[in-house]
Design a protein around this ligand. Structure first.
Ligand SMILES: [Zn+2]
Length: 432
Protein backbone atom coordinates (compact mmCIF):
# COMPACT_ATOMS: atom_id res chain seq x y z
CA UNK A 1 0.00 0.00 0.00
CA UNK A 2 2.81 2.37 0.89
CA UNK A 3 4.24 1.98 -2.57
CA UNK A 4 0.97 2.43 -4.40
CA UNK A 5 0.47 5.61 -2.45
CA UNK A 6 3.94 6.99 -3.10
CA UNK A 7 3.59 6.29 -6.84
CA UNK A 8 0.27 8.13 -6.85
CA UNK A 9 1.54 11.15 -4.97
CA UNK A 10 4.52 11.28 -7.27
CA UNK A 11 2.21 11.26 -10.30
CA UNK A 12 0.38 14.31 -8.96
CA UNK A 13 3.72 15.97 -8.27
CA UNK A 14 4.89 15.43 -11.83
CA UNK A 15 1.65 16.78 -13.27
CA UNK A 16 1.99 19.89 -11.10
CA UNK A 17 5.55 20.50 -12.20
CA UNK A 18 5.01 19.36 -15.73
CA UNK A 19 7.03 22.15 -17.27
CA UNK A 20 10.00 21.36 -15.03
CA UNK A 21 11.39 18.37 -16.88
CA UNK A 22 13.99 19.46 -19.36
CA UNK A 23 16.78 16.96 -18.89
CA UNK A 24 16.24 14.92 -22.01
CA UNK A 25 18.48 15.76 -24.93
CA UNK A 26 17.29 13.02 -27.29
CA UNK A 27 13.56 13.04 -27.14
CA UNK A 28 12.32 16.61 -26.80
CA UNK A 29 8.74 15.83 -27.81
CA UNK A 30 8.06 13.27 -25.11
CA UNK A 31 7.67 13.33 -21.37
CA UNK A 32 10.69 11.25 -20.45
CA UNK A 33 10.68 11.84 -16.69
CA UNK A 34 7.16 10.49 -16.38
CA UNK A 35 8.03 7.53 -18.57
CA UNK A 36 11.02 6.61 -16.45
CA UNK A 37 9.24 7.04 -13.11
CA UNK A 38 6.33 5.01 -14.32
CA UNK A 39 8.40 2.28 -15.87
CA UNK A 40 11.10 1.73 -13.27
CA UNK A 41 10.20 -0.48 -10.32
CA UNK A 42 9.90 1.01 -6.81
CA UNK A 43 12.20 -1.79 -5.68
CA UNK A 44 15.26 -0.86 -7.73
CA UNK A 45 18.07 0.69 -5.70
CA UNK A 46 21.36 2.30 -6.66
CA UNK A 47 24.11 1.86 -4.08
CA UNK A 48 26.33 4.93 -4.35
CA UNK A 49 29.91 4.65 -3.10
CA UNK A 50 32.08 7.54 -2.00
CA UNK A 51 34.69 8.16 0.73
CA UNK A 52 34.17 4.75 2.31
CA UNK A 53 30.38 5.20 2.51
CA UNK A 54 27.45 3.62 0.73
CA UNK A 55 24.19 5.50 0.17
CA UNK A 56 21.24 3.38 -0.94
CA UNK A 57 19.06 5.38 -3.33
CA UNK A 58 15.62 4.48 -4.63
CA UNK A 59 16.25 4.79 -8.35
CA UNK A 60 12.84 6.02 -9.54
CA UNK A 61 12.49 8.79 -6.93
CA UNK A 62 16.17 9.66 -6.47
CA UNK A 63 15.57 9.53 -2.71
CA UNK A 64 18.37 8.35 -0.42
CA UNK A 65 16.74 5.63 1.69
CA UNK A 66 19.73 4.63 3.84
CA UNK A 67 23.24 5.87 4.52
CA UNK A 68 25.83 3.36 5.71
CA UNK A 69 29.21 4.69 6.83
CA UNK A 70 32.62 3.06 6.83
CA UNK A 71 33.85 -0.45 6.09
CA UNK A 72 34.26 0.06 2.36
CA UNK A 73 37.60 -1.49 1.46
CA UNK A 74 39.80 0.36 -1.02
CA UNK A 75 40.40 -1.72 -4.14
CA UNK A 76 37.81 -4.40 -3.30
CA UNK A 77 35.45 -5.73 -6.00
CA UNK A 78 31.65 -5.61 -5.68
CA UNK A 79 29.11 -8.05 -7.12
CA UNK A 80 25.30 -7.87 -6.87
CA UNK A 81 23.64 -11.07 -5.64
CA UNK A 82 21.03 -12.91 -7.75
CA UNK A 83 18.04 -11.57 -5.79
CA UNK A 84 19.51 -8.06 -5.76
CA UNK A 85 19.56 -7.92 -1.97
CA UNK A 86 23.31 -8.18 -1.27
CA UNK A 87 26.61 -6.92 -2.54
CA UNK A 88 29.43 -9.42 -2.20
CA UNK A 89 32.66 -7.57 -1.50
CA UNK A 90 35.90 -9.36 -2.36
CA UNK A 91 39.17 -7.98 -1.02
CA UNK A 92 41.66 -10.25 -2.78
CA UNK A 93 44.86 -9.07 -1.15
CA UNK A 94 43.33 -8.80 2.31
CA UNK A 95 41.86 -12.31 2.03
CA UNK A 96 38.44 -11.03 3.08
CA UNK A 97 34.92 -11.52 1.72
CA UNK A 98 32.12 -9.41 3.22
CA UNK A 99 28.47 -8.78 2.40
CA UNK A 100 26.51 -5.55 2.23
CA UNK A 101 22.76 -5.94 2.83
CA UNK A 102 20.73 -3.36 0.89
CA UNK A 103 17.70 -4.27 3.03
CA UNK A 104 15.61 -5.01 -0.08
CA UNK A 105 14.10 -8.50 0.17
CA UNK A 106 12.88 -9.94 -3.12
CA UNK A 107 9.78 -12.11 -2.74
CA UNK A 108 9.17 -12.10 -6.52
CA UNK A 109 5.62 -10.67 -6.53
CA UNK A 110 6.22 -8.36 -3.58
CA UNK A 111 9.11 -7.04 -1.56
CA UNK A 112 10.16 -5.93 1.91
CA UNK A 113 12.44 -3.12 2.90
CA UNK A 114 14.69 -3.18 5.96
CA UNK A 115 17.55 -0.96 7.04
CA UNK A 116 20.66 -1.30 4.90
CA UNK A 117 23.71 -2.58 6.79
CA UNK A 118 26.88 -4.62 6.60
CA UNK A 119 26.29 -8.30 7.39
CA UNK A 120 28.04 -9.14 10.66
CA UNK A 121 30.15 -11.93 9.19
CA UNK A 122 33.49 -12.02 7.44
CA UNK A 123 34.87 -14.90 5.41
CA UNK A 124 38.63 -15.36 5.43
CA UNK A 125 40.56 -17.27 2.77
CA UNK A 126 43.76 -16.93 0.77
CA UNK A 127 43.44 -14.64 -2.26
CA UNK A 128 39.67 -14.88 -2.82
CA UNK A 129 39.23 -13.72 -6.42
CA UNK A 130 36.79 -15.08 -8.96
CA UNK A 131 33.06 -14.65 -8.25
CA UNK A 132 30.21 -16.64 -9.80
CA UNK A 133 26.56 -16.92 -8.79
CA UNK A 134 23.52 -18.86 -9.95
CA UNK A 135 20.15 -19.41 -8.26
CA UNK A 136 21.35 -17.59 -5.15
CA UNK A 137 24.40 -19.86 -4.77
CA UNK A 138 27.62 -17.88 -4.71
CA UNK A 139 31.01 -19.49 -5.34
CA UNK A 140 34.29 -17.65 -4.87
CA UNK A 141 37.52 -19.24 -6.03
CA UNK A 142 40.49 -18.78 -3.68
CA UNK A 143 43.65 -18.44 -5.77
CA UNK A 144 45.94 -18.92 -2.77
CA UNK A 145 45.20 -22.60 -2.26
CA UNK A 146 42.80 -23.68 -5.04
CA UNK A 147 39.84 -23.94 -2.66
CA UNK A 148 36.31 -22.63 -3.20
CA UNK A 149 34.05 -20.71 -0.82
CA UNK A 150 30.34 -21.50 -1.05
CA UNK A 151 27.73 -19.01 0.15
CA UNK A 152 23.97 -19.65 0.08
CA UNK A 153 22.44 -16.21 -0.36
CA UNK A 154 19.17 -17.24 1.36
CA UNK A 155 21.10 -18.07 4.56
CA UNK A 156 23.04 -14.82 4.82
CA UNK A 157 20.28 -13.24 6.93
CA UNK A 158 20.67 -15.95 9.60
CA UNK A 159 23.01 -14.53 12.27
CA UNK A 160 24.77 -17.85 12.95
CA UNK A 161 25.28 -18.71 9.27
CA UNK A 162 28.84 -19.56 8.32
CA UNK A 163 29.64 -20.19 4.63
CA UNK A 164 31.63 -23.31 3.72
CA UNK A 165 35.11 -23.48 2.25
CA UNK A 166 35.90 -26.66 0.30
CA UNK A 167 39.56 -27.56 0.06
CA UNK A 168 40.95 -30.33 -2.14
CA UNK A 169 43.80 -32.72 -1.49
CA UNK A 170 45.43 -32.78 -4.91
CA UNK A 171 45.44 -29.16 -5.98
CA UNK A 172 47.82 -26.23 -5.83
CA UNK A 173 47.51 -22.46 -5.75
CA UNK A 174 46.34 -21.10 -9.12
CA UNK A 175 44.19 -18.36 -10.66
CA UNK A 176 41.04 -20.43 -11.05
CA UNK A 177 37.26 -20.24 -11.19
CA UNK A 178 34.24 -22.26 -10.13
CA UNK A 179 30.45 -22.23 -9.79
CA UNK A 180 27.46 -24.29 -8.62
CA UNK A 181 25.00 -25.90 -11.04
CA UNK A 182 21.28 -26.35 -10.29
CA UNK A 183 21.78 -30.06 -9.54
CA UNK A 184 23.84 -29.03 -6.49
CA UNK A 185 27.19 -30.05 -7.94
CA UNK A 186 30.05 -27.60 -8.20
CA UNK A 187 32.48 -27.34 -11.12
CA UNK A 188 35.91 -25.92 -10.46
CA UNK A 189 39.35 -25.66 -12.05
CA UNK A 190 42.41 -27.79 -11.31
CA UNK A 191 46.00 -27.32 -12.28
CA UNK A 192 48.24 -29.82 -13.99
CA UNK A 193 51.25 -29.64 -11.72
CA UNK A 194 53.71 -30.22 -14.58
CA UNK A 195 52.56 -27.04 -16.40
CA UNK A 196 54.40 -23.83 -15.42
CA UNK A 197 52.52 -20.58 -14.71
CA UNK A 198 49.54 -19.68 -12.60
CA UNK A 199 46.54 -20.77 -14.64
CA UNK A 200 44.73 -24.13 -14.54
CA UNK A 201 44.31 -26.79 -17.25
CA UNK A 202 41.21 -28.78 -16.36
CA UNK A 203 37.78 -28.79 -14.73
CA UNK A 204 36.29 -31.31 -12.30
CA UNK A 205 32.98 -31.70 -10.50
CA UNK A 206 32.62 -31.48 -6.74
CA UNK A 207 29.70 -33.01 -4.85
CA UNK A 208 27.41 -30.87 -2.68
CA UNK A 209 29.31 -31.96 0.46
CA UNK A 210 32.67 -30.93 -1.00
CA UNK A 211 33.85 -34.37 -2.14
CA UNK A 212 35.84 -34.18 -5.35
CA UNK A 213 34.84 -36.34 -8.34
CA UNK A 214 38.38 -36.83 -9.61
CA UNK A 215 37.68 -37.03 -13.36
CA UNK A 216 38.34 -34.33 -15.98
CA UNK A 217 36.58 -36.43 -18.69
CA UNK A 218 39.70 -36.26 -20.84
CA UNK A 219 39.48 -32.49 -21.38
CA UNK A 220 42.84 -30.86 -20.70
CA UNK A 221 43.98 -27.56 -22.22
CA UNK A 222 47.01 -25.27 -22.05
CA UNK A 223 45.23 -22.71 -19.88
CA UNK A 224 41.82 -21.75 -18.48
CA UNK A 225 40.57 -18.33 -17.41
CA UNK A 226 37.10 -17.10 -16.47
CA UNK A 227 33.76 -18.82 -16.20
CA UNK A 228 30.02 -18.23 -16.35
CA UNK A 229 26.96 -20.27 -15.31
CA UNK A 230 23.21 -20.30 -15.93
CA UNK A 231 22.24 -23.18 -13.64
CA UNK A 232 21.89 -25.91 -16.26
CA UNK A 233 25.15 -25.18 -18.08
CA UNK A 234 28.44 -23.62 -17.19
CA UNK A 235 31.40 -22.52 -19.32
CA UNK A 236 35.09 -21.89 -18.78
CA UNK A 237 37.28 -19.88 -21.16
CA UNK A 238 40.44 -21.57 -22.40
CA UNK A 239 43.32 -21.31 -24.85
CA UNK A 240 41.78 -24.13 -26.89
CA UNK A 241 38.12 -23.08 -26.83
CA UNK A 242 35.25 -23.07 -24.35
CA UNK A 243 35.01 -25.88 -21.80
CA UNK A 244 31.32 -26.68 -21.38
CA UNK A 245 29.88 -28.51 -18.37
CA UNK A 246 26.26 -29.37 -17.66
CA UNK A 247 24.01 -30.72 -14.92
CA UNK A 248 24.28 -34.23 -16.41
CA UNK A 249 27.97 -34.32 -15.42
CA UNK A 250 29.29 -33.91 -18.97
CA UNK A 251 32.49 -32.00 -19.69
CA UNK A 252 33.08 -31.03 -23.36
CA UNK A 253 35.32 -28.71 -25.34
CA UNK A 254 33.83 -26.33 -27.91
CA UNK A 255 36.92 -25.70 -30.03
CA UNK A 256 38.16 -22.29 -31.17
CA UNK A 257 36.89 -20.96 -34.51
CA UNK A 258 38.04 -18.18 -36.86
CA UNK A 259 40.87 -16.03 -35.52
CA UNK A 260 40.65 -17.50 -32.02
CA UNK A 261 43.82 -19.33 -31.00
CA UNK A 262 45.95 -20.02 -27.96
CA UNK A 263 48.23 -17.00 -28.40
CA UNK A 264 48.07 -14.21 -25.83
CA UNK A 265 44.97 -12.04 -26.30
CA UNK A 266 43.43 -14.34 -28.89
CA UNK A 267 41.51 -16.75 -26.68
CA UNK A 268 38.23 -16.44 -24.82
CA UNK A 269 39.17 -15.62 -21.21
CA UNK A 270 36.22 -13.53 -19.99
CA UNK A 271 32.69 -14.94 -20.03
CA UNK A 272 29.22 -13.80 -18.99
CA UNK A 273 26.11 -15.86 -18.25
CA UNK A 274 22.71 -15.34 -16.63
CA UNK A 275 20.18 -17.73 -15.09
CA UNK A 276 17.49 -16.43 -17.50
CA UNK A 277 19.64 -16.73 -20.63
CA UNK A 278 20.47 -19.93 -22.46
CA UNK A 279 23.34 -18.34 -24.39
CA UNK A 280 26.68 -17.24 -22.95
CA UNK A 281 28.87 -14.39 -24.21
CA UNK A 282 32.66 -14.71 -24.22
CA UNK A 283 35.38 -12.15 -24.95
CA UNK A 284 38.85 -12.31 -26.37
CA UNK A 285 41.11 -9.28 -25.92
CA UNK A 286 42.05 -8.99 -29.59
CA UNK A 287 39.27 -10.62 -31.58
CA UNK A 288 36.03 -9.51 -29.95
CA UNK A 289 32.96 -11.21 -28.59
CA UNK A 290 31.57 -14.66 -29.30
CA UNK A 291 28.15 -16.09 -28.50
CA UNK A 292 28.36 -19.54 -26.93
CA UNK A 293 25.43 -21.88 -27.60
CA UNK A 294 25.65 -24.71 -25.04
CA UNK A 295 22.94 -26.82 -26.74
CA UNK A 296 24.38 -26.86 -30.26
CA UNK A 297 27.92 -26.48 -28.88
CA UNK A 298 28.80 -23.64 -31.24
CA UNK A 299 30.65 -20.32 -31.13
CA UNK A 300 29.50 -17.34 -33.21
CA UNK A 301 31.35 -14.04 -33.53
CA UNK A 302 28.97 -11.13 -32.72
CA UNK A 303 31.52 -8.32 -32.37
CA UNK A 304 34.90 -8.14 -34.06
CA UNK A 305 37.44 -5.76 -32.52
CA UNK A 306 40.14 -5.39 -29.89
CA UNK A 307 38.61 -2.45 -28.02
CA UNK A 308 36.06 -4.03 -25.66
CA UNK A 309 36.12 -2.34 -22.23
CA UNK A 310 33.36 -4.27 -20.53
CA UNK A 311 30.15 -6.20 -20.90
CA UNK A 312 27.15 -7.22 -18.82
CA UNK A 313 23.67 -8.64 -18.84
CA UNK A 314 20.67 -6.52 -17.91
CA UNK A 315 19.48 -7.49 -14.43
CA UNK A 316 16.77 -9.86 -15.71
CA UNK A 317 19.05 -11.29 -18.40
CA UNK A 318 16.99 -10.14 -21.40
CA UNK A 319 19.76 -7.98 -22.87
CA UNK A 320 23.52 -8.30 -23.26
CA UNK A 321 25.37 -4.96 -23.30
CA UNK A 322 28.82 -4.32 -24.69
CA UNK A 323 30.95 -1.28 -23.84
CA UNK A 324 33.89 -0.41 -26.11
CA UNK A 325 36.83 1.94 -25.50
CA UNK A 326 35.26 4.68 -27.67
CA UNK A 327 32.40 4.75 -25.09
CA UNK A 328 29.98 3.08 -27.46
CA UNK A 329 27.34 0.93 -25.78
CA UNK A 330 25.85 -1.82 -27.95
CA UNK A 331 22.75 -3.74 -26.90
CA UNK A 332 22.09 -7.32 -28.01
CA UNK A 333 19.07 -9.56 -27.57
CA UNK A 334 20.48 -12.18 -25.20
CA UNK A 335 18.20 -14.91 -26.55
CA UNK A 336 19.46 -14.59 -30.15
CA UNK A 337 22.71 -12.62 -30.00
CA UNK A 338 21.36 -10.13 -32.55
CA UNK A 339 22.22 -6.47 -32.14
CA UNK A 340 19.32 -4.17 -31.24
CA UNK A 341 20.99 -0.75 -31.06
CA UNK A 342 24.19 1.11 -30.21
CA UNK A 343 25.25 4.65 -29.37
CA UNK A 344 28.10 6.70 -27.88
CA UNK A 345 27.44 7.49 -24.21
CA UNK A 346 29.44 9.95 -22.10
CA UNK A 347 30.50 8.33 -18.85
CA UNK A 348 32.94 8.76 -15.98
CA UNK A 349 36.42 7.38 -16.51
CA UNK A 350 37.18 3.88 -15.39
CA UNK A 351 40.66 3.71 -13.84
CA UNK A 352 43.03 1.93 -16.20
CA UNK A 353 45.64 -0.65 -15.29
CA UNK A 354 48.98 0.82 -14.31
CA UNK A 355 52.01 -0.21 -16.35
CA UNK A 356 53.42 -2.54 -13.69
CA UNK A 357 50.24 -4.60 -13.59
CA UNK A 358 50.12 -4.72 -17.38
CA UNK A 359 53.18 -7.00 -17.33
CA UNK A 360 51.12 -9.96 -16.25
CA UNK A 361 48.72 -11.80 -18.56
CA UNK A 362 46.72 -12.91 -15.53
CA UNK A 363 46.42 -9.29 -14.30
CA UNK A 364 45.02 -8.23 -17.67
CA UNK A 365 42.54 -11.12 -17.71
CA UNK A 366 41.49 -10.38 -14.13
CA UNK A 367 40.95 -6.72 -14.97
CA UNK A 368 38.83 -7.66 -17.99
CA UNK A 369 36.29 -9.54 -15.93
CA UNK A 370 35.70 -6.88 -13.28
CA UNK A 371 32.23 -5.36 -13.16
CA UNK A 372 32.01 -1.77 -14.39
CA UNK A 373 32.01 0.80 -11.56
CA UNK A 374 30.19 3.39 -13.67
CA UNK A 375 27.52 1.42 -15.57
CA UNK A 376 24.76 -0.69 -14.01
CA UNK A 377 21.52 -2.17 -15.31
CA UNK A 378 18.09 -2.81 -13.92
CA UNK A 379 15.68 -4.79 -16.11
CA UNK A 380 14.76 -1.89 -18.39
CA UNK A 381 17.25 0.90 -17.66
CA UNK A 382 20.97 1.52 -17.89
CA UNK A 383 22.38 3.87 -15.24
CA UNK A 384 25.51 5.74 -16.33
CA UNK A 385 27.71 7.78 -14.01
CA UNK A 386 28.36 11.02 -15.93
CA UNK A 387 31.94 12.38 -16.32
CA UNK A 388 31.23 14.97 -13.58
CA UNK A 389 30.40 12.08 -11.19
CA UNK A 390 27.52 14.10 -9.73
CA UNK A 391 24.87 13.04 -12.24
CA UNK A 392 23.56 9.64 -13.19
CA UNK A 393 22.15 9.50 -16.70
CA UNK A 394 19.34 7.01 -17.17
CA UNK A 395 18.97 5.36 -20.59
CA UNK A 396 16.25 2.98 -21.65
CA UNK A 397 18.18 -0.16 -22.53
CA UNK A 398 16.27 -1.25 -25.61
CA UNK A 399 16.55 2.14 -27.34
CA UNK A 400 19.52 3.67 -25.46
CA UNK A 401 17.47 6.86 -25.33
CA UNK A 402 18.29 9.23 -22.48
CA UNK A 403 15.10 9.38 -20.42
CA UNK A 404 16.13 10.92 -17.10
CA UNK A 405 18.99 12.42 -15.11
CA UNK A 406 19.47 11.83 -11.39
CA UNK A 407 21.21 14.77 -9.68
CA UNK A 408 23.44 13.83 -6.75
CA UNK A 409 24.47 16.11 -3.88
CA UNK A 410 28.18 15.30 -4.12
CA UNK A 411 30.45 13.34 -6.48
CA UNK A 412 30.62 9.56 -6.06
CA UNK A 413 33.34 7.06 -6.97
CA UNK A 414 31.16 4.27 -8.29
CA UNK A 415 27.70 2.77 -8.21
CA UNK A 416 26.19 -0.69 -7.87
CA UNK A 417 22.69 -1.98 -8.50
CA UNK A 418 20.55 -3.49 -5.74
CA UNK A 419 16.90 -4.48 -5.42
CA UNK A 420 14.71 -6.01 -8.12
CA UNK A 421 11.77 -5.25 -10.42
CA UNK A 422 8.09 -6.06 -10.32
CA UNK A 423 5.94 -5.49 -13.40
CA UNK A 424 2.91 -3.45 -12.39
CA UNK A 425 1.75 -3.27 -8.78
CA UNK A 426 2.81 -5.77 -6.17
CA UNK A 427 0.61 -8.58 -4.95
CA UNK A 428 -1.13 -7.24 -1.80
CA UNK A 429 -2.26 -10.70 -0.59
CA UNK A 430 0.95 -12.13 0.82
CA UNK A 431 0.68 -13.42 4.38
CA UNK A 432 3.81 -12.99 6.47
ZN1 LIG B 1 7.39 -11.31 1.52
Amino acid sequence: MKHLFSKFTYFIFVLTLFTGCSDDDDNPGGDPALTFKEMESDWVRLSLMYDGNIDVMQADSGEIMHKVSGQVIEGARYYTSNTGRYLTVIDRNGGIVKFFDSGIVNHTDHGHEYTAKWVDMELNSILPTHYASSGGHIVIFNDGDGSISYINEAQLEIPSYQPEIFTFANTVAHHGAGFRLRNGLFATTFKNNTEPGGIPQMVKFVEANGNLIDDNKGIEVEGIHGDAVNGQYGVFGSTNGVILVDDQQNIDLIENIGDLNSESGNWLGTLKGHDNAQLFFARSRNVGVFMVDPVNKTLTNIYNGGNVSGDMFSFDGAYYLLHTADNTISVFDSSTGSKITSRVVEMANIPQLNSKELDSEISILRKMEEPSPVLVCSDKFLYVLAPNRIQIKVLEIKSLEHVHTIELFSPINSLMKNGFSIEGDQNPDYEH
